[in-house]
Design a protein around this ligand. Structure first.
Ligand SMILES: [Zn+2]
Length: 248
């Protein structure tokens, strides 16, 4: 791929995440071209203006499009050094993701986001705790992120550990945060970690319960959601298909 092509496709890719903002303007082709060129010359990290002009629904839409690019093998070609340079003076991420520690669920990759696009907090079983709540409050109330996304996944080892009542050092306390999802899961069939669909059903419940925990334990985030400033939502990532399915 030639250099001009690389720059062009890169800027177009960046524009994918920011596409809604451009879409809102009735931009003539020439104006769009100028915007694209500007983005390329700045090497395109998310700016405050662009982030703030997006609604929570538009950010959600961009995350869905990013996951589609990932699972169809059409990810944005990135120049991480350019993104690093563009974001060094400030960050304006559009979303905060609470994901699992699992090495197979890197939010930045499965949503095809760049440096500076999203906050990501990861802990086994994507459990809510005070520090994660504080981080999400920072992301939204201080920094201006529009989406709180709790991201569970299939075949989650932490969920299996909770179902199997694993006892191991500090892990015991972490798994206790997942356990309420077990009795709360309605499931017909074998309720054991040998049954993948059951494990995934508990993981899904764990995500749904986390959303309630966030609203209950963080009046700040609940208030931002009621005002329409943010959207609190959950999703399950399928390790096999690469698909993110939103649960709420
Ligand atoms: Zn997991």
């Amino acid at each position: 791929m030639s250099t001009p092509d690389s720059v062009d496709s890169q800027s177009l890719g960046r524009r994918d995440f920011l596409g809604s903002t451009l879409g809102m303007c009735a931009a003539a082709p020439l104006a769009r071209l100028v915007l694209i060129q500007l983005a390329a010359s700045r090497s395109g990290s998310l700016t405050k203006e662009r982030r703030d002009s997006m609604s929570p629904a538009q950010v959600m839409d961009e995350l869905k499009k990013g996951n589609e690019r990932f699972r169809t093998g059409k990810m944005t070609p990135r120049d991480y050094l350019a993104e690093k340079r563009a974001s060094a003076a400030g960050q304006y991420p559009a979303a905060v993701v609470l994901g699992c520690l699992d090495s197979r669920v890197p939010a930045e990759i499965i949503f095809d986001t760049g440096i500076g696009d999203a906050f990501v907090g990861r802990v086994a079983g994507n459990v809510v705790n005070d520090d994660m709540l504080g981080s999400m409050e920072f992301a939204c109330a201080v920094s201006g992120a529009k989406i709180v996304l709790v991201l569970g996944h299939t075949a989650c080892g932490a969920v299996k550990g909770a179902i199997d009542d694993v006892v191991l050092g500090n892990l015991t306390g972490l798994l206790a945060r997942i356990k309420p999802a077990i009795p709360a899961t309605k499931f017909d069939g074998e309720k054991s970690t040998k049954n993948g669909p059951y494990v995934d059903a508990v993981a899904r419940t764990n995500v749904v319960l986390a959303l309630g925990e966030i609203r209950r334990r963080s009046p700040i985030l609940e208030d931002l959601e009621k005002k329409g400033s943010i959207q609190i939502t959950g999703a399950m990532y399928d390790l096999s298909t690469g698909m993110v399915g939103f649960v709420s």
